[in-house]
Design a protein around this ligand. Structure first.
Ligand SMILES: NC(=O)c1ccc[n+]([C@@H]2O[C@H](COP(=O)([O-])OP(=O)(O)OC[C@H]3O[C@@H](n4cnc5c(N)ncnc54)[C@H](O)[C@@H]3O)[C@@H](O)[C@H]2O)c1
Ligand SMILES: [Zn+2]
Length: 722
């Protein structure tokens, strides 16, 4: 387990500062304050009352934070019916089932500091340390109260305005985890969250749009819409997790965690017993438990928008009490929202390696779940049409964990007047061929052959596997003859097959076969470049190869591990990961044909090696001593200018990285070394005038050779010369 301090600093980084009341700006005038209160109330009415959303949660929370900040700065402006004081922001919510006790909201914190302050305040209120806490996932659904009489489910109501809610007994009976009958004939009230899992949400979208209705913006609105539906022609599945129980008599007052454990034995699923629920004794333990929920958030299969921390002991709860809006013995630690709205700039059509044709959304950059997102999947063309998403629309973007973000729907009332519906392609945008539309996922009828020419040319290129003699004409011939559809097929070509092709003599065929065979010893970085992994180029391929050392290590690395490589953010990491999965069959074929899958001189990365390497000031998975490193272990910044004997320009940069340096194109005061070869121009002069160390290109070539040969003495000698 990571140390708690570190764990939470990752959370803090993700916080959108505007949602934290302590950091939010007050409004400039009482008029603006009053206006925003109205906006909040109307958004809350939509949010609690229907299957739609007026704004995303982050926007709502930011407005609410500013209202709170305004009320603190100008108490005289404060409205008597402020949304900060009441449940559901005081929105008029229908409902006539009166709750046995008010169903409250929760106060929010956004970082470790806020959490510690809350805990300190609770201790102060109690006059002693609290006797333990539960930490539970905050389920992003909607609150209900379910009454059991003699063990039979009799009535279910929504939270409503906290005092009374709407009767939703009919639909709620279908929620998994809320049994029709308890294991014992008890009379009690269970409260918890009704929600829709990610899988059920996908099913619900298909059912709903299939009946011609607009798609749900989010699983939460889908759950709300389904729960409150009167006469639906389809039945989307719902789930339930309980987070409190009232009227459970176990002889004496028991801890919240014990009461919930008992509910599990009666057949009710609970947040405390969920895989990420925890009982904690100290604030440090709470911090660690919150981090566990945050990291596992994406893999639970349902929406979790935070963690809820509660005093576990009934005596502590009684002593702390509640305000009109929220209890003082509990608090919500909010995570960054997993659904945001942004503008859909355009829709690109992508053709995958196997010929699958998909629409891809290009978005105005937006923070979702703490990560900047600029593109999202639209699944397939049928889905795109069904979801009624057009370029120019304001769309809901959802990111669940480490998966590629998706567009769940558009805000139709904000569609620009001049917007034009997206026209799906009539022909394959890559080869102009026919499209096979018989399945949901459209394909180019050329299949793998559609992209074969392009990917083979890329594989054979000088900066990739450098296969001389494999030019465009030959590629066209071998593809047309059906001999090659992916790079691995190249290694199966023989002279006999090649001479049958037009204009191919025995000698040139022999040479080509030899060149192809020679490429099997290229380093991993070249193989990666040749495979054309999306969102990576030559230098990123080198970085990946230097970090992981082998293809095995790279393909077993998770999305988090990939992010340890310089320049790999979450979005790129997800893409690289998905690409490697996509490429797995070709990689296996290449390996079977003897293609080298390791980077020379680099130790193989193993899970966990990243932290150790960071402590040593290197992130190269423990590579041997690298010549172009500074005293602190960081890479030297090196500029290569003019030609280095035996190397192309790209190979020069490649060599710098192989030697542990970072190659750069321009000389500045921060440059550590300039390699000067024939034809060097102004960069050499500039280096001289700045007093940057200069190394002649032939010395650099010797350094490279010595390093490759493992000749440490020569390396040291070359480096020692001033
Ligand atoms: N987008 C919008 O237009 C809009 C409008 C209104 C509200 N909202 C969202 O709703 C939030 C405020 O609403 P709120 O008061 O309903 O909810 P809240 O986020 O303040 O938290 C309280 C609720 O959390 C739920 N919960 C989930 N798991 C729980 C657990 N383990 N233990 C206890 N409670 C648990 C309960 O339903 C409880 O009522 C806002 O912060 C905003 O994000 C959005
Ligand atoms: Zn095609």
């Amino acid at each position: 387990m990571e140390s708690s301090g570190e764990a939470v600093s990752t959370l803090v980084d993700h916080v959108d500062p505007v949602v934290d009341a302590a950091r939010a700006e007050p409004f400039e005038s009482p008029e603006r304050y009053a206006e925003v209160i109205e906006e909040i109330r109307s958004a809350a009415a939509t949010y609690y009352g229907g299957s739609d959303l007026a704004m995303d949660d982050a926007t709502y929370d930011a407005l609410m934070a500013r209202v709170t900040a305004t009320e603190a700065a100008f108490p005289e402006w404060k409205a008597a019916d402020s949304p900060t004081e009441v449940v559901a922001a005081g929105a008029a919510v229908v409902g006539d089932v009166v709750h046995s006790s008010p169903m409250l909201s929760l106060d929010n914190v956004f970082d470790e500091d806020g959490l510690r302050k809350w805990a300190a305040r609770l201790d102060k209120l109690l006059g002693r340390p609290a006797g333990g806490y539960t930490v539970e996932p905050k389920i992003d659904g909607l609150a209900i109260a379910a009454r059991y009489v003699d063990g039979v489910l009799t009535q279910v109501a929504t939270r409503g305005d906290g005092r009374a809610g709407e009767d939703v007994t009919g639909q709620a009976r279908r929620a998994a985890g809320l049994p029709e009958r308890l294991g014992e004939p008890l009379t009690l009230e269970v409260r918890g969250e009704v929600f829709m899992t990610d899988d059920d949400f996908a099913k619900a979208q298909v059912m709903r749009t299939g009946t011609g209705e607009p798609p749900f913006a989010h699983p939460r609105s889908a759950a709300a819409g389904t729960l409150r539906a009167q006469d639906r022609t389809y039945d989307a599945p719902l789930s339930f997790l309980a987070y409190s129980v009232h009227g459970l008599d176990l002889g004496e007052p028991v801890a919240h965690s014990a009461a919930m454990a008992h509910m599990e034995t009666l057949g009710v699923t609970t947040t405390t017993a969920s895989p990420v629920g925890a009982v904690c004794a100290t604030v440090d333990e709470i911090v660690a438990a919150v981090e566990v929920i945050n990291t596992k958030r994406g893999s639970l299969g349902y929406g979790v928008d935070g963690a809820v921390i509660k005093a576990d002991q009934p005596a502590d709860r009684d002593a702390a009490g509640s305000s009109s809006r929220a209890p003082r013995w509990g608090v919500a630690y909010k995570f960054p929202a997993d659904t945001r709205t942004t503008k859909l700039l355009r829709i690109d059509v992508q053709v995958g390696r196997t010929g699958v044709i998909t629409p891809v959304a290009v978005l105005e950059a937006v923070q979702v779940g703490g990560v900047t997102v600029t593109s999202a999947t639209l699944h397939n063309f049928g889905d795109l049409v069904r979801r009624n998403v057009w370029p120019g629309d304001t769309v809901f973007v959802r990111r669940a964990g480490d998966v590629i973000p998706e567009i769940t729907g558009a805000k139709l009332d904000e569609r620009p007047a001049d917007a034009v519906a997206f026209e799906p392609p009539t022909h394959c945008p890559r080869c102009g061929g026919e499209i096979d539309r018989s399945q949901k996922r459209w394909r180019c009828t050329q299949g793998r052959a559609c992209g074969a020419r392009e990917s083979l040319a890329y594989y054979a290129a000088r900066d990739s596997m450098d296969i001389e003699g494999l030019g465009d004409k030959i590629i066209d011939l071998v593809v047309a003859a059906g001999l090659v559809t992916d790079p691995a097929d190249l290694y199966d070509l023989d002279v006999e097959a090649l001479v049958k092709l037009d204009r191919m003599g025995e000698t040139s065929a022999g040479k080509l076969v030899a060149n192809i065979a020679a490429s099997t010893s290229q380093p991993l970085s070249r193989v990666l470049t040749g495979l054309g992994v999306r969102m990576t180029g030559r230098s990123m391929s080198r970085r990946l190869a230097r970090h992981f050392g082998t293809m095995d290590a790279l393909t077993t690395a998770g999305v988090e591990d990939l992010q340890q490589v310089e320049g790999v953010g979450p979005e790129r990491a997800v893409t690289i990961h998905a690409e490697l999965v996509d490429l797995a069959p070709v990689i296996t074929k290449l390996r079977e044909r003897g293609v080298n899958m390791a980077e020379p001189g680099v130790k193989e990365w193993t899970p966990g090696a990243t932290e150790a390497a960071e402590e040593n000031g290197t992130t190269d998975g423990g590579a041997p001593v690298l010549p172009l490193r500074k005293a602190d272990g960081k890479p030297m910044t090196v500029v290569v200018t003019g030609s280095v004997p035996g190397l192309t320009r790209n190979e020069g940069n490649e060599a710098v990285e192989l030697l542990g340096g970072k190659s750069s194109g321009s000389v500045s005061a921060r440059t550590d070394l300039v390699v000067v070869g024939d034809g060097a121009g102004s960069k050499a002069d500039k280096a001289e005038s700045l007093g940057v160390r200069i190394m002649p290109a032939d010395r650099f070539a010797e350094l490279l050779a010595a390093h490759r040969a493992g000749d440490a003495a020569t390396v040291a000698e070359i480096l020692a010369v001033p």
